[in-house]
Design a protein around this ligand. Structure first.
Ligand SMILES: Nc1ncnc2c1ncn2[C@@H]1O[C@H](COP(=O)(O)OP(=O)(O)O)[C@@H](O)[C@H]1O
Ligand SMILES: [Mg+2]
Length: 286
């Protein structure tokens, strides 16, 4: 089970993404990025955050710690933004929190190099969970104290939107050609060799057990929350074992600048009639 905290103060919305998460302070003195049950994307986004976030953490990938947050919408009464007000009103009860990484920067592929081993682990993991939301346009990765952290696993496991077709959907290949780490020569074979054996039924059951019952209740076609948990396990277990054989990386695109920008190129270009660069200076005597 995830640790449960109580929201004391709504600090500010985060507008970079699409779901309007907010920063909140909680009764454990922690600061969290809160994802709301009342957000338009629905509670399955939160289920995906827990299943994928906890799986990643268990595999040793860097994901900020997750908690559940009890929200009394009364803390938003003085919030001036109407969109935020409505979100808070619609989200009384249990929500998801992710430890806020203060001072972290959004991942920029031009400013931060990822080694092929780490890139391989992230791309392989995203293939397992079928993450369609880690493109170079929207990397959903942070750099904090020099390390790469992955966040935002709401848009994953498309099969949980159509359980009758889940088995077939989870067997499908993964196209990583648009992935933010595709340009870093991800070593997928090494990642699969290291991580796939760790994704056991037992591990997946532990991960699914972290999802609160109330986010799984009344799922059409299921009679209990545990049955839904089992469906996540059944989809992920075979996929983790073989997905590395079905990942497309596309042509290797080098997105790091090869040429200096125009203004700099001009300055660096040898001037006509200039002396040999670095030629030893003459002593001036004739
Ligand atoms: N744990 C965190 N620490 C610091 N900043 C975060 C954290 N989680 C999210 N953010 C910031 O908030 C933005 C939106 O969060 P994200 O999880 O991507 O939500 P969305 O579903 O709206 O895309 C991120 O792009 C990032 O800038
Ligand atoms: Mg995002």
């Amino acid at each position: 089970m995830l640790e449960e905290v109580v929201a004391n103060r709504y600090v500010t919305p985060l507008r970079e993404g699409g779901s309007l998460p907010g920063i909140v302070e909680a009764d454990d003195l922690g600061t969290y990025v809160m994802k709301f049950t009342g957000a338009g994307q629905g509670r399955k986004t939160l289920v995906a955050e827990v299943v994928c976030g906890q799986l990643a953490r268990r595999l040793g990938l860097r994901v900020p710690e997750l908690v559940t947050i009890q929200l009394d919408p009364v803390i938003g009464l003085s919030e001036p933004d109407q969109e935020v007000q409505e979100l808070l009103k619609a989200s009384g009860g249990l929500n998801l929190g992710m430890d806020f990484l203060p001072g972290s920067l959004g991942f920029d592929p031009l400013a931060y190099a990822v080694d092929p081993k780490e890139a391989g682990r992230v791309v392989w993991f995203d293939a397992v969970i079928n993450n369609v939301d880690r493109s170079w346009r929207n990397p959903n990765m942070l750099v904090w104290h020099g390390d790469l952290w992955i966040i935002d696993h709401g848009a994953t496991m498309i099969w949980h939107h159509n359980w009758p077709g889940a088995r077939a959907s989870a067997a499908k290949p993964y196209d990583a050609s648009d992935h933010a780490l595709a340009p870093f020569a991800p070593d997928i074979a090494a990642a699969a060799a290291e991580l796939a054996p760790l994704v056991t039924r037992e591990l997946l059951e532990q991960v699914a057990a972290d999802v609160p019952d109330e986010w799984l209740a009344d799922e059409p076609g299921f009679t209990s929350a545990d049955e839904v948990r089992a469906a996540y396990v059944e989809a992920l277990l075979p996929r983790a074992a073989t997905i590395h054989e079905r990942i497309t990386l596309g042509p290797r695109v080098e997105r790091r600048p090869q040429q200096p920008p125009g203004w700099l190129a001009e300055r660096l270009a040898p001037r006509p009639h200039a002396a040999e660069p670095h030629a030893p200076e003459k002593d001036g005597t004739t």
